[in-house]
Design a protein around this ligand. Structure first.
Ligand code: HEM
Ligand code: HEM
Length: 210
């Protein structure tokens, strides 16, 4: 199996929380924004841990490669020589890192972001000097959400149309590949995912004035 259950659950829950955080943030609905944002942060923390101890194709060391391998992949792409990858291809890995990096930074800076009216972030009582800086970056970086998610969806469409690869189906069913190992530690992964999301969401209890 290419994507084990914890990785698939992570992905779809992450997509929902990011869409939720984006819409509620833009609307100024901070009650729901905080909950979606904290859920995304918990999922991000889970994915970082799972990228070290999880299923082989979800491990960072499996898909994060150097510039040389990315060039070889790009060259193969122009000649249609690449074999389907049992996980993220070298180029896709860059977009995964960018998506995770951006959303993780938004999740963390959000903990100190206020609206300058009533709302203060749940950790604003810790290191209050850092709140203005974190808030400015939160507002600045959220501008990258649409371009990055747009690129993600465009890449998936390109794979479907030009390379005939059904990556979305694989992210739903798990997919198969002769070199992809059987999933192990699925139960531990699910427990870890629920624990990370619950711990992050419980930070909402620390939010003052709300
Ligand atoms: C990955 C998770 C997150 C995403 C994608 C996200 C995205 C956004 C977006 C799109 C806005 C609207 C910005 C604008 O229209 O100017 C926003 C504002 C805001 N976010 Fe987040 N956010 C996330 C996490 C969080 C978290 C965890 C918190 C707090 C616990 C938070 C607190 C805020 C606050 C207070 C604002 C309003 C800032 C203002 O009115 O100046 N965010 N965020
Ligand atoms: C805001 C929305 C989204 C975000 C933030 C997002 C984020 C991500 C991330 C971080 C990964 C890497 C997964 C991992 O290694 O654990 C990924 C992979 C993937 N995403 Fe999304 N995603 C979003 C929406 C979608 C949607 C709507 C679809 C389907 C139409 C989709 C389909 C996929 C697929 C198929 C992969 C695996 C690609 C591959 O095989 O290399 N994503 N996404």
């Amino acid at each position: 199996m290419v994507w084990d259950l914890p990785t698939r659950l992570f992905h779809w829950a992450f997509a929902i929380s990011i869409v939720g955080a984006f819409l509620t943030g833009r609307e100024g609905n901070l009650f729901w924004h905080e909950l979606f944002g904290l859920a995304a942060l918990g999922l991000f923390v889970f994915r970082i841990i799972w990228g070290v101890i999880g299923h082989k194709s979800a491990q960072f060391k499996t898909f994060v490669v150097g510039p040389k391998k990315i060039w070889v992949y790009l060259f193969g792409l122009t000649r249609r020589r690449n074999q389907p990858t049992p996980g993220h291809n070298p180029l896709g890995a860059l977009s995964v890192l960018a998506l995770l990096g951006l959303m993780g930074t938004l999740g963390v800076t959000g903990l100190w972001t206020g609206d300058d009216i009533l709302y203060e972030g749940p950790l604003s009582f810790l290191a209050p000097d850092w709140a203005g800086f974190a808030g400015r970056w939160h507002i600045l970086l959220q501008e990258l959400i649409l371009p990055l998610v747009g690129l993600h969806l465009a890449a998936l469409l390109t794979h479907r149309v030009f390379l005939k690869e059904r990556l979305v189906k694989r992210m739903i069913t798990g997919g198969s590949h002769e070199t992809a190992p059987r999933p192990t530690r699925t139960r531990a992964g699910l427990i870890l995912l629920v624990t990370c999301v619950s711990a992050a969401m419980s930070l909402a209890a620390l939010t003052p004035n709300y």
